[in-house]
Design a protein around this ligand. Structure first.
Ligand code: NAD
Ligand code: PRE
Length: 355
């Protein structure tokens, strides 16, 4: 018999999980306070709609907005005495504290959080590939049985995610840094656009769209996320406020400004590598691309024929020298070999980003 999973909340994350688990061979049952969401998700292939009376899940995943997660976890702990319970909420310690109050015996609850989503909500925006190659954080407590933790870790791996285990409080600090404050930076940029006259908005290119994508997210959901992680978010925001004040002062000091911009570039490069992969495991090989017809296609053919898998790449252009630079991210131990192979093909290449 396939392992059966009950998903409470068939929105973006719940329906995506339903699609991915169904594909992985799980028997998925869906329930949502908005019955149309469960119906739509089921119609997309994310599982079947729960009729409540016959539910007997091995695992329950609570995928609702954070404010209602504790009460639902407490309810299913009582209702399904043999099931392992998890949730996908974007904060972990406040949820755990609330569950502690509502259901003091909660050994079968193992918190978790997939670091994958989008600015959209609801089942129609779900994707069965949402969790592929993304990090899924599991936040076990000492009282959890190791076999229950293993059930949730396996579920995350079965949908293609890479599991990272850490205590709930450390998780909340980390997501303030890599998710919650970046979200607010996007909101700041986007809300500032209200001051921009409409004719000027017509000049908007890709840059502003890249920076503001996540500002389109549901304000009610993010209000819940941010208020429950307010201390950690405030701490990071105060540091950003100091940086902003410093930046304003440096605008007439070109050298200091360039150093500051370099710090931003270094920060962005610290994220290289696939989602969930340690950036230290990746290295860039940069290749100069002459301004010749089909040069780039020829380079990719050479790389492919040499048997290398390109994990990620970035193309930059030097308008003065009229050459391009292709920076290829590969696993650290492959980098030297790739560089040698590329150079054997007559290309100029070096380790690291652009000269
Ligand atoms: N959106 C993201 O990028 C993202 C990523 C990772 C984790 N999360 C977390 O996942 C959870 C769900 O977020 P989402 O983006 O899928 O939101 P969503 O709005 O798309 O889905 C939430 C679903 O929960 C349902 N719901 C609300 N109250 C309910 C209740 N009491 N009982 C049953 N169903 C109820 C809603 O009807 C909706 O279908 C949140 O806790 C969020 O913090 C979100
Ligand atoms: O990619 C996005 O749209 C997201 O914002 C997803 C994102 C993130 O910050 O990475 C947002 C909140 C979740 O808790 C987890 C993932």
């Amino acid at each position: 018999m396939a392992e059966s999973v009950l998903i409470l909340g068939a929105g973006l994350v719940g329906s995506s999980l339903g699609l991915a688990l169904t594909r992985a061979g799980y028997d998925v049952v869906l329930w949502d306070i908005a019955s149309s969401h469960a119906l739509v998700a089921a119609g997309l292939g994310a599982g079947r709609v729960s009729d409540e009376s016959t539910d007997d899940p091995d695992v329950v995943v609570v995928a609702t907005p954070p404010d209602v997660i504790p009460e639902l976890v407490a309810e299913v702990l009582g209702k399904f005495p043999d099931a392992v319970i998890t949730d996908v909420g974007s904060v972990k310690a406040p949820i755990l504290r609330a569950i502690d109050r509502l259901a003091p015996e909660h050994r079968r609850y193992v918190g978790s959080h997939p670091m994958a989503g989008s600015q959209f909500t609801g089942p129609l925006t779900a994707s069965g590939d949402l969790f592929r190659d993304r990090t899924w954080v599991v936040t076990p407590e000492p009282e959890n049985a190791p076999e229950d933790v293993a059930v949730i870790e396996r579920l995350a791996r079965d949908v293609g995610a890479k599991v990272v285990t850490m205590p709930a409080s450390e998780h909340d600090v980390a997501v303030a840094q890599v998710s919650h404050v970046p979200h607010l930076m996007s909101i700041l940029t986007a809300s500032h656009l209200r001051e921009v006259p409409t004719p000027n908005l017509q000049l908007a290119g890709q840059g502003i769209r890249d920076v503001t994508r996540i500002a389109g997210s549901d304000p009610a959901l993010w209000r819940q996320i941010l208020t429950s992680n307010a201390d950690a978010v405030r701490h990071e925001l105060l540091e950003v406020a100091q940086d902003l004040a410093y930046l304003i002062d440096q605008l007439d000091r070109p050298d200091a400004l360039e150093r500051f911009l370099g710090m931003g570039q270094a920060g962005a490069l610290s994220l290289v590598g696939k989602h969930g992969q340690d950036p230290l495991d990746m290295l860039e090989v940069t290749v100069e691309i002459p301004d010749e017809p089909r040069a780039l296609a020829r380079l990719f053919t050479d790389i492919g024929e040499a048997g290398f898998n390109v994990e990620d790449f970035e193309l930059n252009h030097d308008p003065i020298r009229e050459v391009g630079y292709l920076s290829i991210s590969v696993e650290r131990e492959m980098a030297e070999k790739l560089k040698t192979k590329i150079m054997e093909g007559g290309w100029q290449a070096w380790l690291g980003s652009r000269k």
